[in-house]
Design a protein around this ligand. Sequence first.
Ligand SMILES: Nc1nc2c(ncn2[C@@H]2O[C@H](COP(=O)(O)OP(=O)(O)OP(=O)(O)O)[C@@H](O)[C@H]2O)c(=O)[nH]1
Ligand SMILES: [Mg+2]
Length: 266
Amino acid sequence: MEKERNKRPIRIKIISMGNAEVGKSCIIKRYCEKRFVHKYLATIGIDYGVTKVTVKNREVKVNIFDMAGHSIFYDVRNEFYKDTQGALLVYDVSDRSSFESLDHWLTEMRNEIGNASEMQNVFYVVCANKTDLKRKVDESDGRLWADSKGFRYFEMSAQTGEGITEMFQELFEGVLHMVENGGKLKLPSTQLGYSKEQAEAIYQLKNAKDNYERLGLIPGATKDDINNAYRRLAKLLHPDKSVAPGSEEAFKILVSARTSLLKNVR
Ligand SMILES: Nc1nc2c(ncn2[C@@H]2O[C@H](COP(=O)(O)OP(=O)(O)OP(=O)(O)O)[C@@H](O)[C@H]2O)c(=O)[nH]1
Ligand SMILES: [Mg+2]
């Protein structure tokens, strides 16, 4: 009986998200068909495909919903977010705005799903694609953003094929692990040696628009607010204690942000 159950393939649903032209379809094509297409053929609404893989001796039937990145297709793709178990969040390392759009993609998905626990039980992989091109987004920035969300990060090139198999392998294993644990995602968060909160704080300090945002405050914050925020972040990121990449630089940014904010309050 147990054996019978193990023979039945598991079905999983994967979606791809990210701006138009970042290479979502090429990544999928590279994996499923082992080829690369130079000519850009925009996905119209959504492309659907099925592939069978074997993960940890289990047969897995993977349903891939490859979404169009262009905003005009929002009405078509928005129906496909629900019941997702694995999501590719793709950006192009030679196009900074595609990286900065990742948060919007998550927001779009959250708005469609409308259920926080369903969002949490998706295995997300951040795909930093086109590493064969001249970069505008450093590996450390991409990694930090992914870490701050608790997502896996992979560098890849659909053109050369580098990194593609590794990403899919981990994605399928992650989803399978989740399915076998009743839909709950339980992954060790300490694997990296630093926490999601530390990665989030470093990312915020390095990428915020102004000093208030760097400290997680709003204009009008008092001297106490500034000092409290400073103390919390300093404790989290002190370079003597934090092994997260970029801690030292983030700590310096923190000190100077606090100094200039304090100059403006009584
Ligand atoms: N140099 C390089 N070009 C790539 C790579 N991956 C994709 N491309 C090119 O980028 C363009 C867009 O690729 P697609 O896979 O169609 O992009 P998409 O994200 O599916 O775009 P939409 O379907 O419009 O959302 C194509 O011209 C590809 O040949 C890569 O790793 N390196
Ligand atoms: Mg496409």
